[in-house]
Design a protein around this ligand. Structure first.
Ligand SMILES: [Zn+2]
Length: 319
């Protein structure tokens, strides 16, 4: 197998990250475009246009991570809980347009693969990625391979009901994990606490308007020592750690990598998560320690992972 390069696209509700990536993970070209969560055809056309602009003679494959349930059989995006996209034949349309093999998986799965090969999961064989953004995405690497399940829908970890009757989720259920431990939970708790504690730094940073509190503001106030904001991150972190314990009971990884936008809060979120994990995981004192660490590749993980996986799948098909 020669060196070769691949194009990786990470497609979310607001933007596309498009990279040309070498086999060793080096990013050779990077572009970005805004997407429209309400217009899947326009988004698909943008993805094809970006790939067309970036393709070179050395590019052997295209990998795409898309924010939703991706059918492993044909690379179609079937359902996106937080977007309007449904039944979108991404792989076939990209192949027809560019004439290269195209691998499509869930965006968090692609980010997991990126972290596994070149980030915080490097050197491990069994890894769980928990991507805490607006929602919670997941990716599982099992014995060095991306775990997809029977149909490609594995690791949709944000949609486990942990609080029956709780906050409404984009998937239609009430009380999914991502609603009590994800970015929306931090926003919601932040607003509640700012209302209850109008003298807190958090409320003052929101200029006295609790409805304008965001996760970013919570993190800023917490970083500056505000106990109210620290409490918000501690609660979300605790729910995060409890959920991770359940997943570790099932998957038995060597390491848990926490990625997504919420990791900017760092240990203010991760320390409470680690403490809750230790309390909740089965037989904690009888199992090897499972580190819960922050992701290293940041927003690059998805596109790097997509390109790398596409290249490696190609190698496997030819082997
Ligand atoms: Zn849900």
């Amino acid at each position: 197998m020669g060196e070769g390069e691949a194009i990786g696209l990470d497609v979310g509700g607001t933007k596309i990250n498009a990279f040309r990536v070498a086999r060793d993970g080096e990013i050779l070209d990077r572009r970005k475009a805004a997407t429209r969560a309400d217009d899947e055809e326009a988004t698909l056309a943008q993805m094809i246009e970006l790939a067309r602009q970036m393709v070179t003679d050395d590019v052997l494959a295209i990998g795409i991570g898309a924010a939703g349930m991706v059918d492993a059989a044909d690379g179609s995006l079937r359902f996106a809980p937080n977007l309007a996209w449904r039944e979108l034949p991404i792989a076939s349309r990209m192949r027809d347009a560019i004439g290269l093999p195209c691998q499509v998986d869930n965006d968090a799965s692609m980010a997991a693969y990126g972290e596994y090969r070149f980030g915080a999961g490097r050197g491990y064989r069994h890894m769980l990625l928990v991507a805490v953004g607006t929602g919670i995405g997941g990716g599982i690497v099992s014995d060095g391979r991306l775990f997809r399940g029977a149909y490609g829908f594995a690791a949709e970890i944000g949609h486990i009901i942990v609080e029956p009757g709780g906050p409404k989720c984009g998937c239609g259920n009430l009380g999914c994990w991502e609603q009590v431990a994800g970015g929306r939970a931090i926003d919601r708790l932040g607003r509640e606490r700012a209302r209850a504690y109008p003298d807190s730094l958090l409320a003052r940073l929101a200029s006295g308007d609790p409805e304008s509190v965001t996760g970013q503001l919570v993190t800023e106030a917490a970083t500056r020592g505000d106990d109210v904001a620290i409490g918000v991150l501690a609660e979300a972190g605790r729910r995060l750690g409890e959920g991770i314990a359940g997943l570790v009971n099932i998957i038995d990884p060597q390491i848990v990598v926490v990625g997504g936008g919420a990791v900017v809060a760092g240990d203010l979120l991760l320390e409470p998560a680690r403490a809750a994990f230790v309390d909740a995981v089965e037989g904690e004192e009888h199992r090897p320690r499972v580190p819960i660490v922050a992701a290293r590749l940041g927003n690059d993980a998805g596109a790097v992972g997509a390109a790398t996986l596409a290249l490696e799948e190609l190698g496997r098909m030819r082997a």
